[in-house]
Design a protein around this ligand. Structure first.
Ligand code: UD1
Ligand code: CA
Length: 476
């Protein structure tokens, strides 16, 4: 949208959140509230976005950067009109129209912003304002209309009498202004009202004084106008966005077995024919391919799960990659930079960190693999541990293609195992093993005949076994 810029008002602390974090930094579906507002503006085609920030603005640096935004600092929170004034001073000269959004209203949709811009243009109005009819309008500014349907006044709850409070059409706090109107009129606002604040909403009366109109646009879905002021409202908004997110996934061909017990954050992508079972959480920037099955209780964050893979119950993945057709879990833990090869198997109570496992490799039980490179079709036995940390630094383990690692092996890194080697069970491997070799490290087995009968017969009795009589020879 050429010539259209956005100002997002987000400097308030939000006392009712009872938090040290600024209100607009609280997460909705894994991203700060104000992030959703900025995304809506960006998806509506607005490239210049000014964030008006105050309290705890460091918490929002990531969001500002993500949208290539500018920051206008409002040191003292003197009201929405004062915040808009701060935002205006940061706008470039090319902005002819200004969309003003509230950082605490994350449900606004891009198409609503577009229709608000269009509505103002059609009437060459001073402004357009998004309104909504709420069953319980308490706390919002009420919209009073002229006989011709344009806005006559917006009255804050605290300045309203009983008859005005009975009005159910509320101000969303989302507007489009003609820039020149805004520049001319923001300096004229006063703080003569119940809250001793400069109200942006007073611009309506100023427009009428100039003989200009303010056109209302009723939101198609009244939920869109909701602002978040408390933790309860935060949870309500999250539930609404989550419901929409999951509905969209189902529409795109994903099976969600129990939508009410599935949590999917806003930037997660899932391919068609994937199945998400109950109690799954997909977080952050997770990407799931086609035909993936994610079973109960899995928590997958910032990870890539490729086509046809399967995550069995209660697996936890963070910053991991699971390649095509691999099977992970139950109860597997894949940590950052775990890279599980095509068709590989990671079984129960296996933890993998910063390690690449080749195609078809298996590590099925009770294992830790860290800082390692494992080739193709290797078999990592139960209880294998890469001892990657010496208390000071991390060291690598390299295991070649087709290596068979017997159970209960420790690799004391750094160490390299050549391809096709065989590690006997119970080994502690401290030196490199050449290709095709057998490596053993265990004390030779010793047998003491009839030792239990002679030294610990009570053990046999306890187990209900008869204690055999030993001949004179055996007695010694
Ligand atoms: C505001 C509107 C009200 C509307 C409601 C919708 C005014 C006077 N009132 O009321 O008509 O129904 O939003 O949610 O505009 N902010 C600043 N600096 C300030 C004050 C506020 O940046 O000095 C920001 C806040 O961070 C917030 C937004 O502006 O994101 C709205 O402020 P808030 O105090 O929540 O306004 P409401 O009382 O809800
Ligand atoms: Ca509010």
């Amino acid at each position: 949208m050429k010539g259209v810029s956005a100002i997002i008002l987000a400097a308030g602390l939000g006392k009712r959140m009872k938090s040290t974090l600024p209100k607009v930094a609280h997460a909705v579906l894994g991203r700060p509230m104000v992030w959703h507002v900025a995304r809506a503006a960006s998806e509506a085609g607005i490239s210049e976005i000014v964030f008006v920030l105050g309290h705890g603005r460091n918490a929002l640096e990531g969001t500002v950067d993500r949208f290539g935004g500018k920051v206008a600092v409002q040191e003292k929170q003197l009201g929405t009109g004062d915040a808009a004034r701060a935002g205006l001073s940061a706008l470039s000269a090319r902005a002819r129209e200004v969309v003003v959004l509230c950082g605490d209203a994350p449900l606004v949709r891009p198409r609503t912003i577009k229709s608000l811009v269009a509505a103002r243009r059609i009437r060459s109005a001073a402004a357009s304002v998004l309104t909504g009819i709420l069953p319980d309008p308490a706390g919002y500014g009420r919209v009073l209309r002229n006989p011709d349907g344009t806005v006559a006044r917006i009255v804050e709850e605290r300045d309203a009498d009983a008859s005005i409070r009975a009005v159910r059409e509320v101000n969303s706090g989302t507007y489009v202004f003609e820039r020149s109107f805004l520049a001319r009129n923001l300096p004229r606002l006063t703080d003569v009202n119940a809250q001793r604040e400069f109200y942006l909403t007073d611009l309506v009366v100023q427009a009428l004084e100039e003989g200009k109109a303010v056109v209302p646009v009723a939101a198609g879905d009244a939920n869109e106008v909701r602002g978040i002021n408390s933790r309860r409202e935060l949870a309500e908004a999250t539930a609404l966005l989550l419901g929409a997110r999951i509905a969209a996934l189902m529409d795109s061909g994903v099976t969600v077995v129990d939508p009410r017990r599935t949590y999917v954050e806003t930037e997660v992508r899932v391919g068609p024919d994937s199945v998400i079972e109950p109690g799954v959480a997909l977080l952050g920037t997770t990407r799931v391919g086609r035909g993936v099955r994610i079973q109960a209780g899995c928590v997958v964050e910032d990870s890539l799960v490729e086509d046809g893979a399967r995550l069995r119950p209660y697996s936890v993945l963070t910053g991991a990659r699971v390649r095509k057709g691999a099977i992970v879990g139950p109860f597997a833990h894949l940590r950052p930079e775990a890279d599980i090869g095509e068709g590989a198997h990671i079984g129960n109570f296996v933890e993998v960190k910063k390690s690449r496992l080749g195609k078809g490799t298996k590590a099925n039980h009770l294992t830790y693999i860290g800082d390692s490179i494992v080739g193709r079709k290797a078999n990592i036995g139960a209880g294998t541990i890469t001892c990657n940390y010496d208390g000071i630094a991390k060291h690598p383990t390299v295991i070649g293609d087709g290596v068979f690692v017997g159970s209960d092996t420790q690799f004391v890194a750094p160490v390299t195992i050549g391809k096709g080697a065989l590690i006997g069970a119970g080994a502690t491997i401290t030196r490199d093993v050449p290709a095709y070799a057998l490596a053993l490290s265990r004390a030779e087995q010793k047998i003491l005949e009839n030792w239990v009968v002679r030294k610990k017969p009570e053990l046999l009795k306890k187990a209900g076994l008869k204690v055999p009589k030993l001949s004179g020879e055996d007695e010694k």
